[in-house]
Design a protein around this ligand. Structure first.
Ligand SMILES: [Zn+2]
Length: 366
């Protein structure tokens, strides 16, 4: 269905109940989603609500990519995909939206994801955004969406999402996987426990301390957690809150162990009780060690780089310069640096922030 026809359909759907007579162009819509509409938990009204709903997926690695694909195919009307990283060969084992060509071209994940999602469903709005979520841009990137979905690989970003969501009374779904183990919890501010209730209480420690860097991660646990997250998203966006499981679910696909526990709100919670949103007030993150490889990310404040000029300037002093519209990559053995147009850079081959800062200053400039 052409985009304008789809918008016409959505407008008609917003005016009143689904009606084939009053929406003659909706036959294709009805057919496309027929198996989902036949499912009594969604139905026609639920499908209409999905069509006018929106979600932002923060991080398009393994869980984010699978969740984005499921929601795009399910007909969620508007999706934004945020990711700061680019596709690499080591992603292909589990990140189901990407292929070898994406890795060869080092496409930003959000750009590659947008292309794939548009091919899955041209009737929805999909926007891939190359960005790192920070306290400075969190309002601009997350505002205006019905639901926020966790596809991140680190707790700093998850707490930033949690503080934003609690402050603005917006639902979000926590999801994480490492090794063969994963967990997920749907967070509805004011109704359920929040991430700070779960992880900042004295008797609990962060549930996933290992990273993909140290213990790896299996494709099947990613798909399973993504499926649980996506099902919860469909319930919320279709207006079926009564169907939400309301638990912290954890699964290990290697041992076959499934666990589901109720999590109570912490009466003195920093975020949802005391409204101390310290992650929103955070200073710019100076460095972040990334999941999945031996890398350091360097953040720069709102800096705009001319990658073509930079590539020309670097040419003689570094090796293997490659670039596309979004990034520039070069090698300074044993390191490899990837620079984005917004000034961010990822240094591969070291986890030492001082080395990263030094190479950045030397080749990109302070
Ligand atoms: Zn809380």
């Amino acid at each position: 269905m052409a985009l304008w026809r789809y918008h016409k359909y959505v407008s008609a759907a917003r005016r009143g109940p689904f009606n084939l007579d009053s929406a003659p162009q909706s036959t294709e819509f009805f057919d496309r989603y027929s198996r989902q509409i036949l499912f009594s938990g969604i139905g026609k009204v639920g499908q209409e609500r999905l069509a006018s709903a929106s979600a932002v997926i923060v991080g398009c690695g393994a869980i984010g990519a699978s969740t984005a694909a499921l929601l795009a195919r399910a007909g969620v009307g508007r999706l934004r995909i945020l990711d700061r990283d680019f596709v690499e060969p080591s992603n292909l084992q589990r990140q189901s939206l990407f292929d070898e060509a994406d890795a060869r071209e080092s496409l930003p994940k959000s750009v590659a994801a947008e292309q794939k999602l548009r091919a899955f469903n041209s009737a929805i709005s999909v926007e891939g955004t190359v960005a790192d979520l920070t306290p400075r841009n969190v309002d601009a990137l997350l505002s205006g969406f019905d639901l926020i979905l966790d596809g991140t690989d680190n707790f700093e970003t998850r707490f930033l999402i949690n503080d934003f969501a609690v402050k603005h009374q917006r639902s979000w779904i926590y999801a994480a996987a490492v090794g063969s183990y994963g967990l997920t919890m749907t967070i509805r501010p004011g109704v359920t426990a929040c991430l700070a209730c779960l992880l900042e209480a004295d008797h609990l420690s962060p549930s996933v301390e290992e990273t993909c860097d140290t213990v790896g991660v299996l494709g099947p646990i990613v798909q399973l957690i993504s499926s649980l997250e996506s099902a919860e998203a469909l319930k919320l966006l279709a207006g079926k809150e009564d169907a939400l499981h309301g638990r912290l679910i954890s699964v290990d696909v290697w041992s076959g162990h499934f666990q589901s526990v109720a999590v109570s709100r912490n009466p003195g919670c920093r975020a949802c009780d005391r409204h101390d949103f310290s992650y929103l007030d955070g200073e710019a993150q100076p460095h972040v060690t990334m999941c999945g490889r031996d890398s350091v990310q360097i953040h720069e404040r709102s800096r705009s780089l001319d990658l073509v000029a930079l590539g020309a300037r670097l040419g003689p002093s570094v090796e293997s310069v490659r670039q596309n519209d979004f990034l520039l990559r070069f090698r300074v053995p044993p390191y490899e640096m990837t620079v984005f147009a917004d000034g961010r850079a990822i240094l591969k081959g070291s986890q030492d922030p001082a080395v990263a800062r030094s190479l950045y200053a030397r080749f990109i400039g302070a």
